[in-house]
Design a binder for this molecule. Sequence first.
Ligand code: G3H
Ligand code: ZN
Length: 283
Amino acid sequence: PFGSFKEALEDGLHHGYAVGQFNINNLEWTQAIVEVANEENSPVILGASEGAIKYMGIEYMAAIAKAAADMSKVPIILHLDHGSSYDVILKCIRHGFTSVMIDGSHFPLEENIALTKKVVEACHPLGIHVEGELGRIGGVEDDLSVDAREATLVHPGEAERFVKETGIDAFAPAIGSQHGHYKGKPNLAFDRLAQVQTLTGIPLVLHGGTGIPDEDVRRAISLGVSKVNVNTENQSAFTNTVREIFDRDKEVFDPRKYLGPARAAIKDAVRTKIRLFGSNGRG
Ligand code: G3H
Ligand code: ZN
């Protein structure tokens, strides 16, 4: 069935595990994630970026997620990832999303608070939960100096105010993680993460889950992260598999011959993450 975003994350926070958000791009992607979640008896969050919604079409995306939820014995959560406007939130609500992220992190604090609060006010009466973000979670393409990096990190005092005034259910603080494959070793600000957890007390979200060393992920979870977002790693697993097959077999034309193995590669990647996050057995 569809599950509750807030319940899943709060259970993770109280029991020291995190629920994975795995972004989806097509049918095979969704099947892979949901099959592993069932095999591992784990709740799972299907992440829908605005780009993926545009690519799949929101009707197809919602219908595929509903089929997955109907067939699953574990909670399936359909979550808008990095929602950029009030309008896209309303569209997702109309199509049966269980929860949404509003990403106002590029706005000044006051504007981010106002937009996020407006989204919470629209969603909560309908039982839809909301994730907000503060600070800047960049891409690996933006090469930052030490001072520039400092400026992107969440400010714990602002985080406390943001969470209190908006009423969000989960909070994504920028602590130095980045989207995409890391160049070198990621450098997470665990001190800030700990302060943010003490000051807010709500489930925290770690974006940019691809390429963070296992021990850093475990440490983040021990400090209050109860949702970890992973996207690029699955994209690489899928594409590398297709590329290997094409390199090996120049004659292949049946799409099932490469989409099937690519789906299996995502299953392996997601299973490893679910076990690392400790959400197996928590469905
Ligand atoms: O919101 C999506 C995630 O933060 C994905 O990050 O592509 O680096 O795994 P990633
Ligand atoms: Zn993200």
